[in-house]
Design a protein around this ligand. Structure first.
Ligand SMILES: NC(=O)C1=CN([C@@H]2O[C@H](COP(=O)(O)OP(=O)(O)OC[C@H]3O[C@@H](n4cnc5c(N)ncnc54)[C@H](OP(=O)(O)O)[C@@H]3O)[C@@H](O)[C@H]2O)C=CC1
Ligand SMILES: O=C(CO)COP(=O)(O)O
Length: 349
């Protein structure tokens, strides 16, 4: 029998709602916070969130609230399920209600442009040490639409404090939702963020009418540049072969559920970025993360041809087909060069 906890879920979008269902299934009490009154009223009256996860009925353990105080006051654990760009806006609003040290979990996938911070670093900056026991990240190949149908899903948790990561593993794990641990916090966060860039590119390739060869090329060479940057930032290269690397790349580049893939698909079909984002109505993290990754590639002097091609399409008005042509016309290179360099930097003195 699981130890029953009280959890504050901050963010009643697709992911916060699906994860609330997992926690409710495990018998934990969830106070699901959102600012949209209509949305929260529906969660409490019909146990549904038709705005973000139509057709799904939430367990009785999940109670919606528009009050951060109500969500947080009884909670042992606070889960942040909001877009990266909302972190610095929402966290300060929570702080007045945190009276003792809590475990903080984030489930978001992004890097902040400008500061180039990972989300756990933003949280370290925004949440005073006196209020936090730990910061844990949960990431991996997990579309909310499938998690809420209780389809088999695997994810990974990581933290600087692995005993706290294990506590979060116990909180979420059940027979539909298998949770692994990985001590490589940098790799887990970087993989989750960068895969969204490659997923936008995969959508563009599909929108342009390219086939499976192009998709396989993007996934494989995308993984190479994710690992190249991540390793320079301190990640373990092996993490990119795991759930939060190749696993999340596969699911996001190949699924119609992915907002990043869908946004890319519309771009590939010739729609303008603004129109795409307007139509999506949900967060497309890969757009801002492309800006951050482009800055990181310059900061660390790491070659990231796919990321930089997307940067030019999104922010410099380059035509998508022309961007593909330039990628294909790059100078000849050795496929294994990255791997050799990574291994050399990590393991060869
Ligand atoms: N959806 C998925 O399958 C998965 C998503 N993720 C990650 O989870 C994070 C959240 O994504 P997801 O739930 O899908 O996004 P959605 O777009 O579905 O929902 C976003 C939620 O955040 C709220 N929100 C947005 N901005 C603010 C703000 N400034 N202040 C307060 N609330 C805000 C929205 O509220 P409102 O409705 O009122 O606008 C909404 O409840 C992202 O980083 C995503 O990459 C990770 C794994 C899977
Ligand atoms: O991260 C996700 C699946 O693991 C969700 O991806 P999208 O944000 O592209 O929908």
């Amino acid at each position: 029998m699981k130890d029953k906890k009280s959890v504050a879920m901050i963010g009643a979008g697709s992911w916060g709602t699906a994860l609330s269902l997992v926690l409710g299934d495990n018998g934990h009490t969830v106070r699901l916070w959102g600012k949209d009154e209509k949305n929260i009223a529906e969660i409490n009256s019909l146990h549904q969130n038709s705005k973000y996860l139509p057709g799904i009925t939430l367990p009785n353990e999940v109670v919606g609230t528009t009050s951060l105080e109500q969500s947080i006051q009884e909670a042992d654990i606070i889960v942040l399920a909001i877009p990266t760009k909302a972190m610095r806006e929402v966290i300060p609003q929570m702080l007045p209600y945190i009276k003792k040290q809590k475990t903080f979990v984030h489930v978001s996938k992004g890097i902040e442009p400008g500061t180039l911070m990972r989300i756990s670093e933003i949280m370290e900056e925004e949440i005073p040490e006196s209020m936090r026991k730990s910061i844990v990240v949960l990431s991996g190949p997990s579309h909310a639409e499938e998690v809420s149908l209780r389809h088999p899903t695997t994810v990974t948790v990581s933290s600087k404090k692995m005993d706290e990561a294990e506590l979060v593993q116990d909180l979420f794990i059940n027979h539909n939702f298998r949770v692994y641990t990985n001590p490589d916090l940098i790799g887990v966060e970087i993989g989750g963020a960068l895969k969204n860039i490659i997923a936008v590119c995969a959508g563009i390739a599909d929108g342009l009418g390219f086939g499976d060869n192009a998709k396989a090329a993007l996934i494989t060479r995308g993984l190479a540049e994710m690992a190249r940057l991540g390793t320079r930032m301190g990640a373990n290269p092996l993490t990119f072969a795991g759930l939060t690397g190749i696993g999340d790349l596969i699911v996001t580049c190949t699924s119609v559920h992915s907002r990043n893939w869908r946004a890319g698909n519309m771009l590939g079909k010739g729609h303008a970025l603004e129109e795409v984002l307007d139509q999506m109505g949900m967060v497309v993290e890969g757009i801002r993360t492309t800006k951050a990754a482009h800055q990181l590639s310059e900061k660390y002097g790491v070659t990231m041809p796919i990321t930089n091609a997307l940067f030019k399409i999104l922010f410099n008005g380059q035509d998508a087909k022309a961007a593909v042509e330039s990628l294909m016309a790059r100078g000849k290179t050795n496929e294994m060069e990255d791997l050799i360099n990574i291994l050399a930097s990590q393991y060869i003195e």
